[in-house]
Design a binder for this molecule. Structure first.
Ligand code: CA
Ligand code: CA
Length: 403
């Protein structure tokens, strides 16, 4: 996950700009977007095309059946289908400070072909004992950091270990082996390969940047996002190359208008999240989709439609201290209220494909199969479930999307 960082940490952990003598200046703030946010009578500086597609409050449903294919995971994040019935999965770990090295990168293989990855001998560790941390003390929400993004491009598979307020180590994965590929300052929550420029880009969530990442270390800032309409940090969480336009699409989670040190931890703003288009050559940003609540990962299909996750529909039950983890509660993000939307910007249309997801963070598309990683937070703590208290579990669901 992405999220915020102390200003002091920001100052200490700014992204290194080893290959760029002068990073481009920060662009001016994006003008306020939704007509509701513009004072009556004021001339709107936003043209309709700049506003992108605004997701309406009430969306039509077109629910697609989904199936749990892996459970008992500890904060599953990045996923990649390596072959039929074989998945590469990163787990951020438990976030338990008493046992801090619980993250992993694993190869899951459905050897008995029963449609799940839960049977004995179906999981092999590629990286083990990776550092894992819960940021309750900083953000008062149950969020775990550790192994995160997985991405493929240019004939290689990369996986990132990305800590809150610390540098990121990127590994190259070959079969059952992972070797260090790069080491970059900044919390790189997602990676994407751009075949047009033959470059790797990443979001540095805690510093609101998109950076170009080089093998063997070093990065170059492409853009630093300005604050959103209510002054909150943009918090870029995920990004994908768009082959149709050559742009990089970036989801902006939207931070708290109080900052992470103010408020109780649940002041996040509903429907303030966006997906924006970034031209990495010029740094120009345009809105593609707005009106999203806490958008996390997204993928594009061949028709240019965007499948996007919303982490939850509300922010409640903050966790003032670790002892409060013992209480049944949502822990900052309303459990089992996440959604998968399909947005078709060309047709100005959006539909709900799945709801009731439990804090979904990552998506992976393979053919017409979509994988969703869910269950963020402290594993086994008691949380409100759809029909009563359940134990928090990390799991992956799969659904099949139509043409
Ligand atoms: Ca199986
Ligand atoms: Ca099974």
């Amino acid at each position: 996950m992405a999220w915020r960082l102390h200003l002091a940490l920001l100052a200490s952990f700014g992204v290194a700009c080893s290959s760029a003598p002068t990073p481009p200046p920060a662009p001016p703030p994006l003008p306020p977007l939704a007509p509701k946010t513009i004072a009556e009578g004021a001339a709107s500086p936003v043209t309709p095309t700049e506003a992108g597609f605004v997701v309406p409050e009430n969306l039509p449903q077109s629910t697609v059946p989904r199936r749990k294919i892996a459970s008992g995971l500890q904060n599953p994040r990045g996923m990649l289908e390596l072959a039929e019935r074989t998945l590469l999965v990163s787990e951020a770990g438990t976030g338990n400070p008493a046992n801090p090295n619980t993250g992993a990168l694993s190869r899951l293989e459905d050897k008995n072909a029963d449609g799940d990855y839960d049977d004995p001998g179906e999981r092999a560790r590629i990286l083990d004992k990776m550092h894992s941390a819960n940021v309750i003390d900083v953000v008062r929400r149950d969020e775990v950091f550790g192994m995160a993004a997985i991405a493929r491009g240019d004939g290689v598979v990369l996986a990132a270990h990305s800590m809150f307020g610390a540098p990121t180590t990127i590994f190259r994965v070959d079969g059952n082996k992972a070797t260090k590929w790069s080491f970059v300052h900044g919390n790189l929550n997602a990676l994407t390969h751009d075949p047009k420029r033959n470059a790797w880009f990443a979001v540095s969530s805690s510093s609101d940047e998109v950076v170009r990442v080089e093998e063997d270390g070093g990065s170059k800032r492409i853009v630093k996002f300005p604050p959103l309409a209510r002054g909150q940090d943009a918090v870029p969480g995920y990004l994908r190359f768009d082959p149709a336009t050559g742009d990089i699409l970036v989801s902006l989670f939207s931070g708290s208008p109080e900052g992470e040190e103010g408020g109780s931890g649940v002041e996040l703003v509903k429907r303030a999240g966006e997906i924006v288009r970034l031209d990495p050559d010029t740094g120009k940003i345009r809105r593609a989709v707005s009106g999203l609540t806490a958008p996390t990962d997204f993928v594009l299909d061949r028709a240019g439609r965007i499948y996007v996750l919303e982490l939850c529909d509300g922010f409640l039950d903050p966790i003032p201290n670790r002892a409060a983890l013992e209480r049944v509660g949502h822990g900052g993000f309303r459990r089992f209220s996440g959604r998968l939307l399909r947005v078709d910007p060309k047709r100005d249309a959006a539909v709900v494909l799945a709801e009731g997801l439990d804090t979904p963070t990552n998506l992976a598309l393979a053919g017409n199969k979509l994988y969703i990683a869910e269950g963020m937070g402290t594993p086994a703590r008691e949380i409100p479930g759809p029909t009563g208290t359940v134990k928090l579990d990390g799991f992956i669901e799969q659904l099949v999307i139509g043409d």
